[in-house]
Design a protein around this ligand. Structure first.
Ligand SMILES: [Zn+2]
Length: 197
């Protein structure tokens, strides 16, 4: 049974800011960038549907007439979701592969200041594929225009390639979300060296 939750006993801002970090069944985040977060309503629904285990909790409670429970801060899927398929060729994934850095001037930009550039221009037969498309800032894109890389001395710092899921996950970890609850740290940085002492 999924009860009807009331927010009466918990301040609304606190509830609104209590997302649950969603882990795969192997206890790694489903995704790093954007971070896999569910709002507390979805998290609790999944608990009741027996699809997730609660790994960690907030101090805040949620009430219904018939029960009271702590809001989950970390949940883990009971069934493993495969992430082994190849990443889709999207604008965002190209940016993520290139760590939001212009591949010509190597400066970091936010997504709305980035464009993508065909290393071999389309006018010279270059295709829109992983191995011919790189992240570029507007200035570099304009400068390179329809030239071949060697004509203008603009060689991408990293040779464009189709990334693996692992590679995108790894890059995504370098861009933490604005809000990181302390209970998430162990799962976000699970392979970090342990501090002794
Ligand atoms: Zn640039």
């Amino acid at each position: 049974m999924v009860a009807n939750y009331t927010q009466s006993t918990v301040p609304i801002p606190s509830l609104a800011l209590s997302p649950a970090l969603v882990l795969n069944a192997d206890f790694r985040p489903l995704s790093y960038y954007p971070l896999s977060l569910w709002n507390w309503q979805d998290a609790i629904k999944a608990v009741f549907l027996d699809r997730v285990d609660i790994v960690s909790e907030y101090d805040d409670f949620v009430h219904s007439p018939s029960f009271k429970m702590r809001l989950p801060s970390v949940i883990a899927l009971k069934n493993y979701v495969s992430t082994s398929r190849s990443p889709s060729f999207t604008r965002f994934n190209v940016f993520l592969r290139d760590s939001f850095c212009c591949q010509y001037c190597v400066k970091k930009f936010s997504t709305h200041d980035l464009t993508f550039d065909h290393v071999i221009p389309r006018s010279r037969g270059g295709r829109t594929e992983w191995d011919n498309v790189v992240t570029a800032c507007s200035a570099c894109n304009l400068k390179k225009s329809d030239h071949m890389p060697n004509e203008v001395g603009m060689i991408p710092v990293q040779y464009p390639h189709a990334p693996t899921v692992f590679e995108l996950q790894r890059n995504g970890r370098n861009f933490p979300s604005n809000y990181l609850h302390h209970s998430w740290r162990d799962y976000l940085y699970w392979d970090q060296e342990l501090e002794i002492g």
